[in-house]
Design a protein. Sequence first.
Length: 158
Amino acid sequence: MAQQTKTGHVYVISNVGSFGENVFKVGLTRRLEPLDRIRELGDASVPFEFDVHALIHSEDAPSLERELHKRFVREQVNKVNPRKEFFRVALPNIRQVVDGMGLQAQWTMTAEAREFRETQAVERAMKSQSFEEGAWIQQQLKEQEAARVEETRKEAVA
């Protein structure tokens, strides 16, 4: 049973729109579907979704996570609270350490940052007045209301 609780995934994710370039969160999840945890992290507490750079399956995910945190301790973003798990380091450096540990992982080296880049495009269009802002505002308000209705429905079910 103890071994089952250690099995999981260590993830390397970024959120360029929220934290800038070369800031990565190295964390772990024991969920059967690790992307559920990553989507959860990108919900309401940050303005943009996270991009996944690597998911590393491990029979001892807590030890692997601790080892990676030790290797990048000097690059912690929050030097006061190490539980935040964010590091300012180039992604190739993280990959080199993981590869050097003999671990297998699929890597995505470039952050898509879809929501952030789309937001930048909207802001440029607003600035140049090259799109219908009134229609965009109405659409945003409609989507906000739909999200509120869905959240109320979820709370009622829970």
